[in-house]
Ligand binder design. Structure first.
Ligand code: NAD
Length: 245
């Protein structure tokens, strides 16, 4: 096992927080290969580095995720999985159709089950590994702009994290990061926020700015390392103090 290439899997690695995390993993050389799973059409072109393997993969598709995970395990050992892919679309509850509800639950919550179900048993069997799930302040406080489906999915991530942390202990540490408002396409190029709304939200943050993708990536990197050796089942806010309000 010691000589097998080590692999970190990052979902949603083509943009925002996921892309910042891929860069961090590359910079500290902690893994021989970083596998980036994303639906983005240009995912293969996002990183010009042989240590990154881009997989065009919809993480809501369980069979596709299983195939990618099994293929990666053929060539090395997955040591870290970061469930980061996610998005939302605003909808007034009265207009929130069942399919729209299900889509957001699938992308933000079921996808995390898909990766845990397929990859965690390999790590558990080897008695080593890290799993980090990305949630959102919306899961704690609720979000009107993100829609109730997004809030519900992100709250579900808390339960998934804690249940997995218990089941996979003591071999795999499972933690969750809870970002506040982070400057990524999800916040700046979507219908969730207007420019004025974002500026107002930034003013209300105790640290007086929106988060950078790397603010979150460096905490995920920490949770995947020895510095967090005695942490599992934690929900770690990275929100500039927004949770204080
Ligand atoms: P982003 O839009 O920059 O990146 C999200 C990535 O996920 C994109 O590359 C997208 O293609 C990918 N993706 C979406 N659906 C997918 C699917 N079905 N299969 C595979 N890949 C898929 O957004 P971000 O802000 O970096 O978001 C990362 C995570 O952080 C998400 O889970 C999001 O909910 C969470 N988050 C973001 C904020 C914020 O303010 N930006 C706040 C709280 C939580």
């Amino acid at each position: 096992m010691a000589n097998e290439p080590t692999i970190a899997v990052v979902t949603g690695g083509a943009s925002g927080i996921g892309a910042a995390l891929v860069e961090r993993f590359l910079a500290d050389d902690a893994y021989d290969l970083v596998a980036c799973l994303d639906v983005a059409a240009d995912v293969e072109e996002t990183f010009d580095d042989p240590a990154v393997r881009a997989h065009r993969c919809d993480v809501t598709d369980h069979d596709r995720v299983a195939a990618v995970v099994d293929a990666l395990e053929e060539e090395g050992r997955i040591d870290a999985v970061v469930n980061n892919a996610g998005f939302s679309r605003y909808a007034w509850i009265g207009d929130l159709a069942p399919d729209d509800w299900q889509e957001i639950i699938d992308v933000n919550l079921t996808s995390q089950y898909n990766l845990a179900h397929t990859a965690a048993p390999y790590m558990y069997e080897r008695e080593h590994g890290y799993l980090v799930n990305v949630s959102s302040g919306a899961g704690k406080r609720g979000s009107a702009s993100g829609g109730v489906h997004y809030s519900a999915a992100k709250a579900g991530v808390f339960g998934l994290t804690k249940g997995l942390a218990k089941q996979l202990a003591p071999h795999v540490r499972v933690n969750c990061v809870v970002p506040g408002l982070i400057e990524t396409p999800l916040a700046t190029d979507s219908d969730l926020w207007t420019e004025e709304g974002l500026a107002e939200a930034a003013d209300a943050i105790p640290l007086e700015r929106l988060g950078h993708p790397d603010d979150v990536a460096r905490v995920i990197q920490f949770l995947c390392g020895d510095g967090a050796a005695y942490m599992t089942g934690e929900l770690v806010a990275v929100d500039g103090g927004s949770a204080l309000r």
